[in-house]
Design a protein around this ligand. Structure first.
Ligand code: ATP
Length: 388
């Protein structure tokens, strides 16, 4: 979709902002460009819509060299969102959003309908916010309008230069989540510049980590965190990369422990026998429809009649398979629980196993090791990891 071939940009004063850059971005992929200030991220981005021309090399869009495409025509295919959103102060939110459709000569009604649809998509109510002026919005709302405006003409490519850089961390996280939801619907090819590794990791399908004018590593977030290609990248992603990695490592079925499972209506004696057969001290308890109810200990089942129902404790800390290890850790803390149940996440909510802190740690170690060796996580034998 977008292809850089040996692209170099040298400014008139001799600064080499981008040095012999080659990479490729697939259609519908979200690439984050991350690195310290002045490393060439913005220059890279602006060469794609020809706000800056390369000194040498080629950039191809859909296989065609963009040097041969009229810049105005090119920019119609490329949405652009920047940190200082650049909304027109004297135009309403709706008019701002409809800017590009207007320029493209759409009929007024069609352009306004499209703008309203886009505002809705980015979480703004067109009936409430559409007639406001930019100064009547919060910073986060202005950023949303910026995104809506960039999407208005439905361009296949989106360039985003620190779009959420100017808002506070809480709003920023909300905007990031909304943007991910939006992207899962619209599937644009996105280049997203940020200097924040957390943001890069959270958003990117792949991350390009920049050194000076060059890409030091171009990989999936989990790989960048788990197996930094150079000491520079390791330093940039930080000493707490293990923690960051939690947020990009999903829970897999193979990570889970399988304690005995009993039902609320089982007799205490049957349940006690099941625990004894397994040598287990506790069992997961499922309710009537197979949903998670909680747990029951071997002590609670000892002696007496009745059913598990009388002796079980409720515990509803659960997550679906595929949720991140970070969510798992945070759910454990939130419920003050030594384990969480993992369900299949489909409509059936089938119980698939239990994640304990020890299993979580193992999953993390296994995924780091798998990336380092280019293997699948399930194939990693923890015995072979030193210190595991
Ligand atoms: N017009 C220009 N003339 C000369 N040098 C420039 C020009 N624009 C940018 N540079 C230099 O090129 C290098 C790369 O700049 P660029 O804006 O691409 O970096 P960046 O990674 O986007 O930085 P930031 O995160 O601070 O925006 C920097 O050293 C910058 O000073």
């Amino acid at each position: 979709m977008i292809r850089f071939e040996h692209v170099t940009k040298r400014y008139a004063d001799g600064t080499t902002a981008v040095d012999d850059l080659s990479f490729e971005v697939a259609e519908g992929e979200l690439i984050t460009l991350v690195g310290p200030s002045g490393c060439g991220k913005t220059t890279t981005m602006k060469m794609v819509n020809r706000l800056i021309e390369p000194t040498s090399g080629r950039i191809l869009l859909d296989g065609a060299d963009i040097a041969g495409v009229d810049p105005v025509e090119l920019r119609r295919r490329i949405g652009y969102v920047i940190q200082q959103v650049g909304l027109f102060p004297h135009k309403t939110v709706l008019e701002n959003t409809a800017t590009v459709p207007h320029l493209l000569g759409w009929q007024r009604k069609k352009a306004r309908d499209r703008a309203a649809e886009l505002l809705d998509l980015v979480g703004l109510d067109p009936a409430v916010h559409g007639s406001r002026y930019p100064h009547q919005l919060s910073g986060g709302q202005r950023q949303r309008v910026g995104v809506a405006r960039a999407l208005a003409a439905d361009p296949p490519v989106l360039l985003m230069d620190e779009p959420f850089g100017a808002v506070d961390p809480v709003v920023r996280e909300r905007l990031q989540n909304e943007f991910l939801r939006l992207q899962s619907q619209v599937r644009k090819t996105v280049l997203f510049v940020t200097h924040d590794i957390e943001e890069a990791v959270r958003l990117g399908d792949r991350i390009a980590v920049y050194g000076h004018g060059r890409i030091e590593q171009f990989d999936a977030p989990a790989t960048v965190l788990g197996a930094p290609a150079t000491p520079y990248v390791a330093d940039f992603v930080g000493a707490d990369r293990g923690l960051k990695r939690l947020s990009v490592t999903p829970i897999e079925e193979g990570d889970l422990e399988q304690p005995p499972v009993v039902r609320l209506d089982d007799t205490a004696a049957t349940a006690a026998a099941a625990l004894a057969a397994d040598g287990a001290r506790w069992a997961v308890v499922l309710g009537d429809s197979g949903r998670l109810h909680g747990w029951v200990s071997a002590e609670a089942l000892a002696g007496g009649d009745g059913t598990v129902r009388d002796r079980a404790r409720r515990m509803d800390a659960w997550l679906p398979v595929g949720a991140s290890l970070k969510q798992a850790f945070s759910t454990m803390l939130q419920h003050d629980a030594g384990w969480i149940a993992v369900l299949d996440g489909e409509a059936t909510d089938r119980f698939v196993g239990v994640l304990t802190p020890a299993r979580l740690h193992e999953a993390l170690r296994r995924s780091i090791d798998a990336d380092a060796r280019g293997a699948a996580r399930g194939d990693v034998d923890l015995e072979n990891i030193p210190g595991a």
